[in-house]
Write a protein that binds this ligand. Structure first.
Ligand code: F6R
Length: 610
């Protein structure tokens, strides 16, 4: 999704902006651009379709040197990926703007501005904002005032950064619905849509809030809230090691992040459990008071995070006996719901900036849920700031578009939450101790699965020339199968569908033949015998099976049934461990197919628009 970087400094900002864009590449984009106010107070602009490297080449050939500039990676919403549609957009030759988000009333504004004589060179909603600000600029020749007035006309979601060559000492930025962070430097200041972009230049950040407008100078940051009050936004330090955004020895971020799982899964439980207990206080000082009265849990999330929520439903209902509903945010936000009394609203999001999830949270806060709990990976994100209680996952920055370590750490956080809730609902000390002991074993078990990487890579060859595949699981392994199917389709572009294994004969069995590989996760649990019958149904139709199974599950390898034995795992923690081989399988299929593993086509890391 689109990315913004900006800098006001003593030094030339080209390098800072380019490095910032490189660090935002993981979000997914189709073109990149930069506008810098030069020493003659003129705006110099470069825009290229494709990778940031193409922009870097263009800038090397024709430098855009200067002390203040804005830059952008665009993910097309209004208008195809093209140089003309790439940001920054200009109005005349003195005002430039970059924008994330979507302006919903852009057509109405475009018609109005056209009637007033403004000419459009792109199909974007952003150019409309550029002209609108320019129009207001003509009244007072004051950029800050012009942006502020223009904001009153904009409907939709946006983060904006605007420069004017007649005011070469400052830029004006604002946010409404899309994230924007100010990086605080010494004698220089920065802005970005994601703090990762600015880690080479600062580790101190101010998060702008909804409706904020800010004046950014090299030695001063002044912020006003939506009501026009001057406000201070507190400065927080970035918590993760700065090398966490590097690929290191790995070929792809996704592989690096898969391999980080033993460490980050452990980090997510560290300090929150003893040998035998979940430390409820570690989930938040108000956790005990809050959980005491919860009678229903409503989970909301998107994509991979939604799958984590689906696993959690099994845990919450099984361990706590508390009813739990799970829904994708984009559906939840557009329907009427019956809110049961004392319902806890639980949002799960890696980025904490997913537009649908945030919209659902904002609705829920008005609708009378008991409280809002967030499970999130990004400190300072909108979700974290707007929730009553937060359990942070400790995955560190996740750069690969396909979520891996974020998912397994979400599962850990959700299991801690489920146990804490269950304790208020009659979970015995023995059972809690059993689960916590099983949790302690998970990092080691994930390492054991990673040791099977070579075998999984070998297995992946069977998928290379296939167009479709089926993933099966039962019980809490059904969402694991869904997550495996999502991983395969998003990075290898092979069509993959997941089914609860018991549903096979109600339709999808018709698809099974030798061209349809069927992947199954089979830990040793109550459902394994039923699962084995489902596998027979596939085998009888000539389908080739790839089974990840507990040794004790007794699934035997034979022609057409490939079995990979996984470590013996407690039934409750099995979804965390069984996810990992499916991640590796997708990764290797994608590498064999030569797709862009870290930035799959058409996808973005952080989906900040609807
Ligand atoms: C898939 C993936 C997406 C995200 C989804 C929600 O690999 O990463 O499906 O899970 O866009 O994002 P967050 O968790 O940031 O709200």
């Amino acid at each position: 999704m689109c990315g913004i970087v900006g800098a006001v400094s003593e030094r030339d900002v080209q390098g800072i902006l380019l490095e910032g864009l490189r660090r935002l590449e993981y979000r997914g984009y189709d073109s990149a651009g930069m506008a810098v106010v030069g020493s003659e107070s003129q705006i110099q602009r470069a825009r290229e379709v494709g990778k940031v490297a193409a922009l870097a080449d263009a800038i090397e050939a024709n430098p855009v040197a200067g002390h203040m500039g804005i830059a952008h990676t665009r993910w097309a919403t209004h208008g195809e990926p093209s140089q003309q549609n790439a940001h920054p957009h200009m109005s005349g030759d003195r005002l430039a703007i970059v924008h994330n988000g979507i302006i919903e009333n852009y057509q109405e504004l475009r018609d109005e501005l056209k009637a007033e004589g403004y000419e459009f060179t792109s199909q974007t909603d952003t150019e409309v904002v550029a002209h609108l600000i320019n129009k207001h600029y003509q009244a007072d020749k004051n950029l800050y005032k012009a942006v502020k007035t223009a904001m009153t006309r904009l409907r939709g979601a946006y983060a904006l950064a605007v420069v004017h060559s007649d005011e070469p000492d400052h830029m004006v930025v604002s946010r409404e619905g899309s994230p924007l962070v100010v990086g605080v430097g010494i004698g220089e200041n920065f802005i970005a849509s994601d703090q990762l972009a600015l880690l080479p230049v600062t580790d101190r950040f101010m998060f702008l809030e909804e409706g904020d407008i800010a004046d950014i100078r090299k030695d001063k940051i002044a912020i006003e809230d939506r009501d026009g009050n001057a406000v201070e936004r507190s400065i927080t330090r970035f918590e993760h090691a700065s090398d966490s955004a590097d690929k290191g020895e790995y070929r792809h971020y996704m592989l690096k992040e898969i391999y980080e799982q033993p460490k980050v899964v452990k980090a997510t439980m560290t300090g929150r459990i003893t040998d035998s207990r979940v430390l409820e206080q570690a989930l938040g000082t108000d956790a005990a008071k809050l959980l005491e009265n919860v009678r229903h849990v409503q989970i909301i999330a998107c994509g991979t995070s939604y799958h984590a929520g689906m696993v959690a439903r099994y845990w919450i209902e099984e361990l706590a006996g508390v009813p739990c509903s799970v829904e994708v945010a984009s559906e939840f936000r557009y329907r009427k719901h019956v809110i049961q009394q004392d319902t806890l609203f639980l949002c799960i999001s890696q980025s904490g900036e997913t537009a649908d999830t945030l919209a659902a949270l904002r609705q829920a806060k008005k609708a009378g849920f008991r409280a809002a709990l967030a499970i999130c990976n990004v400190p300072g994100s909108s979700l974290v700031r707007e929730s009553d209680l937060v359990i942070m996952t400790q995955a560190g920055p996740e750069i690969g578009v396909a979520s891996t370590k974020a998912f397994t750490t979400q599962l850990v956080a959700l299991l801690l939450f489920s146990v804490a809730l269950a304790r208020h609902n009659g979970l015995s000390e023995e059972k809690e101790a059993e689960i916590v002991k099983a949790l302690h074993l998970v990092p080691g078990q994930v390492s054991d699965v990673l040791a099977l990487d070579g075998e999984i890579e070998n297995m992946s060859k069977a998928f290379m020339d296939k167009n479709h595949s089926l993933f099966l699981g039962r019980g809490s392994q059904y969402p694991v199968a869904m997550e495996g199917a999502l991983k395969l389709k998003e990075i290898s572009y092979i069509h993959a569908e997941a089914y609860p294994a018991g549903e096979l004969k109600h339709g999808p069995l018709a698809l099974v033949d030798s061209e349809m590989p069927v992947v199954t996760v089979a830990p040793n649990n109550d459902l394994v015998e039923k699962l084995k019958s489902n596998l027979e149904e596939v085998r009888a139709r000539g389908g080739e099976l790839f089974v990840f199974a507990d040794k004790a599950a007794g699934v035997k390898a034979e022609p057409g049934i490939h079995v990979m034995q996984l470590p013996s795992v407690h039934e409750i923690t099995a979804p965390i461990v069984y996810t990992v081989p499916l991640q590796l399988l997708s990764y290797h299929v994608a590498v064999l197919k030569g797709t862009d593993v870290d930035q799959p086509r058409n996808l973005a890391k952080s989906v900040t628009v609807e």
